[in-house]
Design a protein around this ligand. Structure first.
Ligand SMILES: Cc1cc2nc3c(=O)[nH]c(=O)nc-3n(C[C@H](O)[C@H](O)[C@H](O)COP(=O)(O)O)c2cc1C
Length: 177
């Protein structure tokens, strides 16, 4: 099988560190080296059949990028470059970082915007995750009762992250094997 491409946005490094953990857990045989989305082109993403995409949420439930005060461009600037592209046949899983205590009404919302864009391009979205174990009021990233990807909270539930990652990656492996 082709390798799994891992792309992430980040401002303060948490989502990059998780990308690295994902690559380590999957091992080099399966995972490509994670790439910051601000350094990626559309054709970089097209080079993989399976993608794992990570995003933090900034502003009030927004994508990371210049308008939310991030130091660099990020998903906010990248996503529009995908408009009209055909990504059918690709499997895409998303993980999102957020803070459920600080932003209980917009927890990990940015995952939703990444999800919608890739779904519009025809990708097969995988990696839904149950909402049990989190304490928040609302999230755009919850569809049909589940998060559309893996929600992680390094600000309040760091100790749960490794187990969540391992479980999620095991679940994903069933979809791409
Ligand atoms: C200014 C600011 C706004 C934030 N807004 C949200 C938000 O709307 N929803 C959320 O779940 N988390 C929010 N967060 C939390 C971040 O998503 C979280 O700290 C994340 O781990 C940061 O990832 P990074 O280190 O990869 O940039 C916000 C954090 C900051 C500093």
């Amino acid at each position: 099988m082709t390798k799994v491409g891992i792309f992430f946005g980040t401002d303060t490094g948490n989502t990059r560190r998780i990308a690295k953990s994902i690559a380590d857990l999957l091992t080099q045989t399966i995972a490509a080296k994670p790439v910051n989305i601000r350094n990626a082109s559309v054709s970089d993403l097209q080079g993989y059949d399976t993608l794992i995409l990570g995003t933090p949420t900034y502003g009030e439930g927004q994508l990371p990028g210049l308008s939310t005060g991030n130091a660099t461009e990020s998903w906010e600037e990248f996503l529009p470059t995908l408009a009209g592209l055909d990504l059918s046949g690709k499997k895409v899983a998303i993980y999102g970082l957020g803070n459920q205590k600080g932003y209980p009404g917009e927890f990990v919302d940015a995952m939703f915007y990444v999800y919608v864009q890739f779904k519009q391009c025809g990708a097969t979205m995988i990696g839904a995750w149950a909402t049990e174990g989190y304490n928040f009021k609302a999230s755009k990233a919850v569809i049909d009762g589940s998060f559309i990807g893996l929600a992680l909270d390094q600000d309040n539930q760091k100790e749960l992250t490794t187990a969540r990652l391992e479980q999620w990656l095991n679940n994903l492996a069933e979809s791409w094997n």
